[in-house]
Design a protein around this ligand. Structure first.
Ligand SMILES: [Zn+2]
Length: 200
């Protein structure tokens, strides 16, 4: 009892939140039978190359932070149920978590490497910049050499706009204005709230 006085209320709230998120993740994992994978294991197990990611990270002057949770769905149906995304979307990225269709399906389609790269770049860019969605998407599609004729909907729009508004040489300067002042590579979603701030 006496020990709790050493904890600030903000810290206790933060720990409670983190525990809740872990519980939710564990529930999701057991309910859907998902397998959580470590990204470095993934690269070695599947022969994925980090070369392009490294080149892009150097070009954007950002560190490669592989601190991301990768969740592979067991079936395409499960992926669709969890994300609400159409079947032509291979993966999504949300707040440090990449959720993918079954790897075997992505490999059959020949998009495994490109899909993981794409989502990983969302992770790296999110950690280092706060840029508009169209710019983030367009930048990733452009730097990974995606052809505009292979795209649909918002992805196609984002790449078209990017190519209209940004030239290759301008990219580092163009994106620099969106760089986070605090590039600590930590998830900003669970920072301690100060005691003077109330609410979630
Ligand atoms: Zn994307």
């Amino acid at each position: 009892m006496g020990d709790t006085r050493f904890f600030q209320p903000g810290l206790i709230r933060c720990i409670t939140k983190v525990l809740m998120v872990i519980q939710i993740l564990m529930c999701l994992t057991s309910a859907y039978g998902l397998r959580l994978r470590n990204l470095s294991d993934l690269f070695s197990a599947y022969g994925l190359s980090v070369d392009r990611i490294e080149k892009i990270a150097n070009f954007l002057h950002i560190d490669i932070d592989l601190d991301v949770v990768l969740i592979e769905c067991d079936t395409i149906y499960e992926f669709h149920q969890m994300t609400g995304k159409p079947y032509h979307i291979g993966a999504i990225y949300v707040d440090g978590v990449i959720l993918t269709q079954p790897f075997s399906i992505l490999r059959q389609k020949g998009v495994f490497q490109s899909t993981i790269e794409h989502e990983l770049l969302h992770h790296l860019i999110n950690r280092n910049f706060s840029m508009p969605n169209w710019l983030e998407e367009g930048l990733i599609l452009y730097l990974t050499g995606t052809k505009i004729e292979d795209l649909k909907g918002p992805h196609k729009d984002a790449l078209s706009r990017f190519m209209r508004e940004v030239s290759y040489e301008d990219i580092p300067n163009y994106v620099a204005r969106y760089r986070n002042s605090n590039c600590s590579n930590h998830d900003t979603g669970f920072q301690l709230s100060s005691e003077t701030r109330s609410g979630p």
